[in-house]
Design a protein around this ligand. Sequence first.
Ligand code: FAD
Length: 477
Amino acid sequence: HKIIVWFRQDLRLLDNPAMYEASQDGVIIPVYIKEDQIGSASAWWLDLSLRSFKEKLDSLGANLILKKGNPHQVLKELASRTGATAVYFNNRYEPHHLENDKILITELKEHGVHVNTFHTNLLFEPGSIRNKQGNPYKVFTSFWKTCKQIPVQAPLPVPANINWDENKIESCKLEELELVSATNWHQKLEQYWEPGEDATLKKWRTFAEVDIHDYLTYRNDPVLDATSLLSPHLAFGEISPRLIWHESKELEELSEIENLNEEQQESVEGFLRQLVWRDFAYHQLVDFPHIVDKPLQQAYLSFPWNKVEEDTLEAWKKGQTGYPLIDAGMRELWETGWMHNRVRMVVGSFLVKHLLYHWKEGSAWFEDTLVDADLANNTMGWQWVAGTGFDSSPFFRIFNPIKQAERFDPDGTYIKKWLPELRLLPGKYLVEPWKAPTEILENANIKIGVDYPEPIVEHDFARKRALSAYQQMKEEN
Ligand code: FAD
């Protein structure tokens, strides 16, 4: 019988249980439906990822049907027109998707269409990792310790034989999905990223062969690209986390016998631990769906955030705050659609604590500009930064953007890479250019306030203001 396989955040053939099981059970009609509005960088990614996936299916003799609109309607119509008796898909976990899927399953059943859903995009199904009392974990280390004890299901292979339906159902052209906007901001992203399953597997295996053993040594260095850079590929499901997990475990066994130092031996585990943060984020999102726009910790509901001034917010977004590390990070994001994790924490802290803006301002900008924008990870990241989530950096710990630059970019390579206007400034002034003597600034061709901005807020003042806002919130609770 005919089965519609609805591809969503799983644009891959490897470890794709919806497709695998459908191939065992019948003839497949593959479909992708463009639904909600997504961020600009994600839309750019999706366009290329879909292109690559469609070509891959073409080469296997399958016609990926592209549609837009309400999936309930599209799937019902498609089932009626093709005579399909079932729809298979892999689960998504964003609150609005969970809600929609529930309704969809009932509607399709009423329409006489059977639905089969599968788990694959996370290592552990949300709700499955619980403490001894059966409650959600609030501390990551305990969550991780439990995860380590639980076997992760092995990834499924690409099915050996797939029977594709030979229907002539009309499909939208990729351009008709209107994923890429009229602005050409995204064009520069092409030099940094290659979406699609094949490119992803290659990237993962290169990382696994070469860099994974040095992960713990260099992961906090923003210049080195020493992390896997897999986040957008994971967000679009171009690679399965279960495949990463199992291939990493094989490496771990090898690394015990190879000639590696202690830190290198622990690096594979360090990398997997980081991957499990993603599962922690999804567990939180499903258990506490209100965190998408409300603080996880109730007390912060009354936090006295500043009213947003558009110029100031714009200065943060475009990397014009006058603090070089913040500006380098924000320009890296604007240029590449990605930012190093350490720098995400510092720019986030600056927005929330130095400017006292609600973290939603930051998460919205990230959602629009990150190629790896992911509701669970982004929400947890921002709640961590703001001190409002579980196991977060407490609000009263305020990153000093100057000290953070000295610590994580000691020779200024990262700053100079993204702020070319400061490249002639001697190292010691790179973190606080406004303190450089006039002569040094002249020699470096910089006029503060003209070529590079004055700090938009003074650090000590901002720190005191943030602490007093925090105090005010505490007194009200
Ligand atoms: P690696 O270090 O190679 O880690 C491997 C994978 O593990 C990542 O691809 C990612 O899927 C997962 N991972 C690693 N660190 C984290 C983490 N702290 N939280 C959750 N998962 C993690 N990540 C996103 O994928 N999407 C987001 O929208 C996002 N927004 C963030 C916002 C803020 C304010 C902060 C502080 C962090 C955010 N992160 C987000 C988490 C993290 O910064 C990125 O996952 C990481 O930088 C991606 O780079 P990588 O693939 O090289 O990571």
